[in-house]
Design a protein around this ligand. Structure first.
Ligand code: SF4
Length: 56
């Protein structure tokens, strides 16, 4: 995948994700899935990028 292809609609600082752009805080995917691991999410920390994949 082309990691220089910044999606300016998806800002992201998770540099350990394989879809994070190399030199900028953007995602390189055209879309992402956001979800939650909680029954009743009440704050930011309850939400997850479910498109995340670890580098390597
Ligand atoms: S897939 Fe999610 S965690 Fe990974 S770079 Fe894109 S927005 Fe960030």
């Amino acid at each position: 995948m082309d990691k220089s292809n910044r999606n300016h609609s998806i800002k992201c600082t998770v540099s350990s994700c394989k879809y994070h752009c190399d030199n900028a805080d953007y995602c390189a995917l055209s879309q992402i899935q956001v979800g939650t691991h909680e029954k009743n999410p009440t704050s930011v920390k309850c939400t997850d990028c479910e498109s995340f994949e670890a580098l390597g």
